[in-house]
Design a protein around this ligand. Structure first.
Ligand SMILES: [Zn+2]
Length: 326
């Protein structure tokens, strides 16, 4: 037995960190925050242990808790006090995300990213205006072009409230261009866009829908979100967003789509973000509750694998716990 090549030589304690290829930092992580205009107190989210919806009055306190762990950026989602078929509370000056953004920016130096979509704000729960008759006809859902102006208005209202970055998630064709134009015309040419460029119609979003009260009242989102079977199409989607002016390219979900994260990393020079979604979080918690997995170890390994696949930024419900453990 004469093995010359022994990779194990570089796995001893002293040398392991020296040859480690991937490093996870608290500054890679973005913590999602749910701000709820319908409540005066914090409401735990049952399917996402450790997370809660917080009233606007608690938004700053919630963000400060996150900052103490070393995480420097948050993504704000809003649950409005009223919904209508247009989602008009999404771009209201006194809307829930706008109010929370104003307060967090006034009282902390946190980097605030806002989710730009309409599904939390529309009475039907879809990510834009729906076609007349959509409720009766499952082949119809969102009116793409009519929705663009509303998304643009929403993004501008967030920037106006002080958002550092906007993140459109509606998967409307042309949304990045519409938002870029809206921001530029309103004097926000410095506000970057993190596009949910390849967002799949995924069953892993289930717990989020509890959190954000955003399940569609009828139909589903397969007409505008991507088919989980498709990888080449993701490249087309991402390329369009790059051409329209996206600054950061997001793949969502993360773990079941690491091939897409890698493909985007290799094909584009822009920063790549991956969204480690609610279902990815909930399933580790559920298994850990049963004593089947070690929560902290599997969480760190998950995020490390997302970085190794090529993500620069990771949106994750594990942000605080992992940042604290690093
Ligand atoms: Zn949406």
């Amino acid at each position: 037995m004469n093995l010359r090549d022994r990779p194990r030589r570089l796995r001893t304690d002293g040398v392991r960190p020296l040859v480690s290829e991937t490093r996870l930092d608290a500054t890679d992580l973005i913590a999602p925050v749910f701000v709820d205009a319908t409540t005066d107190e914090r409401v735990p989210i049952e399917t996402m242990p450790g997370h809660e919806r917080v009233p606007v009055d608690e938004a700053v306190a919630r963000v400060e808790e996150i900052r103490e762990t070393g995480v420097e950026a948050v993504m704000l989602f809003g649950i409005p006090n009223a919904k209508d078929e247009y989602g008009s509370r999404a771009w209201a000056e006194d809307g829930v995300v706008q109010e929370a953004t104003r307060r967090v920016k006034a009282e902390t130096d946190t980097y605030v990213i806002t989710d730009v979509c309409l599904c939390e704000y529309t009475s039907h729960g879809h990510c834009g205006l729906v076609e007349p008759e959509a409720e009766e006809n499952p082949r119809l859902t969102v009116q793409n072009d009519e929705t663009l102006e509303l998304l643009s208005k929403t993004a501008v209202s967030h920037a106006d409230a002080g958002a550092d970055m906007v993140a459109p998630s509606a998967m409307a064709d042309g949304m990045v261009r519409a938002i870029r134009e809206g921001l530029d015309e309103s004097g926000f040419s410095d506000v970057p866009i993190m596009s949910y460029a390849a967002k799949y119609e995924s069953a892993f979003y289930g717990p989020f829908r509890d959190a954000a009260d955003g399940a569609p009242a009828f139909g589903d989102r397969r007409h505008y979100q991507m088919d989980p079977a498709n990888a080449r199409e993701a490249m087309r989607e991402v390329k369009l967003d790059v051409e329209e002016g996206a600054d950061v390219l997001m793949v969502k979900p993360a773990l079941p789509y690491l091939d897409i994260v890698r493909d985007v990393r290799e094909a584009f020079d822009h920063p790549v973000a991956a969204y480690n979604v609610s279902g990815e979080y909930a399933m580790l918690h559920a298994a850990a509750d049963k004593g089947w997995l070690n929560l902290e170890e599997t969480a760190v390994e998950s995020l490390l694998s997302i970085k190794r696949a090529g993500a620069d930024l990771i949106l994750t419900y594990f942000a605080e716990d992992v940042a604290e453990s690093l």
